[in-house]
Ligand binder design. Structure first.
Ligand code: ZN
Length: 174
């Protein structure tokens, strides 16, 4: 005989993370055991799930979680910043760099592209041109995150329309 179904009262249901949830969380990112970045010294980050505010692997890892959950997740390049592509370089005239004189191979700099500013890595410096590596600095890396979910809530209509969170840890409009 089936056990009687207990109807959960509303107060029993902690909202878990789903598409369109606003999630506020702390993160610590390590790459091969080395600390890269952490939110612990600042306010937690707030994102809108499904709006691609963060890498896909991290969005997916948050689905179904609850406020207070702490977990580790390892995200492969394909769900993070993509695989590293060899020969993904471009030769760019020096005049397009604001800081051309200060650049050295291996340094990162910002370059204007059709999709807006993007971070590139200096590969080689010539007389009048610079070869840049267009791979994202984190391309090809498996990213290990330690995540703590601070809050889960519904988005406001305005946040849904904008595709990002407003207020602490989110987007601040001028
Ligand atoms: Zn906005």
């Amino acid at each position: 005989m089936a056990a009687p179904q207990r109807q959960p009262r509303h107060a029993d249901i902690a909202m878990n993370v789903q598409n369109n949830s606003v999630v506020t969380f702390h993160y610590a990112l390590t790459d091969a055991g080395q600390p890269v970045e952490s939110s612990r010294e600042r306010e937690p980050l707030a994102i809108l799930i499904g709006a691609h505010n963060i890498i896909p692997g991290l969005e997916n890892a948050m689905l179904g979680r609850n406020q207070g959950d702490r977990f580790q997740v390892s995200i492969p390049p394909a769900e993070a910043y993509g695989e590293y592509k060899a020969d993904y370089t471009q030769r760019v005239p020096k005049k397009y760099f604001r800081d051309a004189d200060k650049l050295k191979p291996g340094m990162q700099t910002m370059l204007q592209s059709n999709d807006g500013p993007r971070v590139v890595t200096v590969a080689k410096i010539g007389q009048t041109v610079i070869d840049v590596d267009l791979n994202h600095p984190m391309a090809g890396k498996t990213l290990d995150f330690d995540i703590e979910i601070i809050e889960v809530r519904e988005p406001s209509d305005e946040e849904k329309a904008h595709g990002h969170v407003h207020g602490p840890g989110g987007h601040h409009h001028e």
